[in-house]
Design a binder for this molecule. Structure first.
Ligand SMILES: [Zn+2]
Length: 241
């Protein structure tokens, strides 16, 4: 840090000290971790208020407050009258300290005043799909042999397979797809369905692929034995993070 930026930092800290000593009145969401329902805008405003008072550096672990990030779509996922916005909060203990705590996840559907808190991101995403999209678990699983994405987005083959197998009423804005993944590639990824919904992992749903009839497996003995396809065995899905 050079002298100028150190000076700016010191001045900022002086202003924050003053703000902390005489905190402005605050009527928004709590400036600490909460499991109560608040609309996404209020949660975001509360986190920004905490940063105003205490600085941005280390604000996620120190505040333990809900914040957006981790690659979720900023505007959320909309399906019909529902809109999912995802948050996370870091409740883990400080480095070198012991104690309970975890990364927590919050799914909010503001139009319904609905929310769900979980220590698993996948659970939160699935919880919202349960809330907003009846029967989504019955959707066909895109087999691993069908490469849904490459570096430039959805593949032609992937689109074609999905259009042919997904019910027409589920090929709508915000609707998800379910794709077969390698065992540990379980993350559900926002915005990766052809309609801007989630690409949900079949492994996280703990159910086998049901449709394989028109697929030409790379090694049919493996596929028919229900083992992992060569693709998923050699190259775990790139969207795993
Ligand atoms: Zn809803």
């Amino acid at each position: 840090m050079n002298n100028d930026s150190q000076l700016a930092f010191d001045l900022d800290e002086l202003v924050r000290e003053d703000l902390r000593a005489n905190p402005p009145e605050w009527h928004g969401a709590p400036l600490h971790f909460t499991t109560d329902y608040y609309p996404p805008g209020e949660l975001q405003a509360a986190f920004e208020q905490w940063q105003l008072l205490n600085g941005r550096f280390g604000s996620i672990p120190h505040s333990h407050m809900w914040h957006t990030g981790y690659g979720w779509l900023n505007g959320g996922t909309e399906y019909g009258d529902h809109r999912l916005v995802m948050f996370s909060a870091d409740l883990r203990p400080e480095p070198k300290c012991e104690g309970p705590g975890d990364l927590m996840y919050l799914a909010v559907c503001e139009p319904c005043g609905w929310h769900q808190v979980s220590d698993s991101e996948d659970d939160s995403v699935e919880g919202w799909h349960n809330h907003a999209i009846p029967n989504w678990r019955e959707l066909p699983v895109v087999p691993a042999q069908i490469r849904v994405r490459d570096g430039s987005g959805l593949t032609k083959l992937g689109r074609k397979w999905i259009e042919a197998h997904y019910p027409a009423e589920m090929q709508v804005s915000g609707a998800p797809i379910i794709t077969e993944r390698a065992r540990y590639a379980t993350r559900h990824v926002a915005g990766y369905s052809p309609w801007g919904g989630y690409d949900l992992s079949s492994t996280a749903l703990n159910r086998p692929t049901t449709i394989r009839t028109d697929v030409q497996p790379l090694r049919s003995t493996l596929a028919t034995a229900g083992m992992e396809s060569p693709r998923s065995a050699q190259a775990p899905n790139r969207i795993t993070r």
